[in-house]
Design a protein around this ligand. Sequence first.
Ligand SMILES: [Zn+2]
Length: 198
Amino acid sequence: MSAEARRPKTLRANEQWRLARTLLESSAVPEGRETTWRAAREVLESERGDAHLVASVLVVDLGGRVLLARHRRYLRWGLLGGHLERGDVDLSAAAERELFDESRLPVTVHRTPLDANLSTYQCGTAAAPVRHVDVCFVARVKAPTPTTHANSELTGLEWFDVGRLPTPLVSDIAELVELAGGSAWRHTAQTSNAAGER
Ligand SMILES: [Zn+2]
């Protein structure tokens, strides 16, 4: 059986679903993201059905650059990330694993989510589009760090100045970049200068 075929079984894991619901319940909703956050929570609070859980990560450096990936499937620039896998102890751990899998960047993500949203798209071998709950985290590094195209799903992986984001861009990314550059992130940037700190 291929990894793709095994994926849905893993993603319906009760424990990961419950942890995601608890995380969103206990986290503050960023300003401007109330509608998307609520949509994600409503799915997490209902029957899982065939919905999938995704963890993504926005990597920012102290100079205001962000690491974005261009995905083969969408041909647009977006965040690194992917489906939860068996063995991921929680969403932020899944985000770290995906980040390392795709870029070889060993960075710890902040445990507080930056965003949660719901989108529906074709996935794997599913006959119909699948609902995806995507929880996004922030990781901070001191400076643009060399990264490696470690995943065949990516056709690009680059650092960008937040004032010069690439196109085409996955919707909402500009808004998330702005959120990640807000007061919360500036505070952590001032109080810590080591990559990988929580
Ligand atoms: Zn999926």
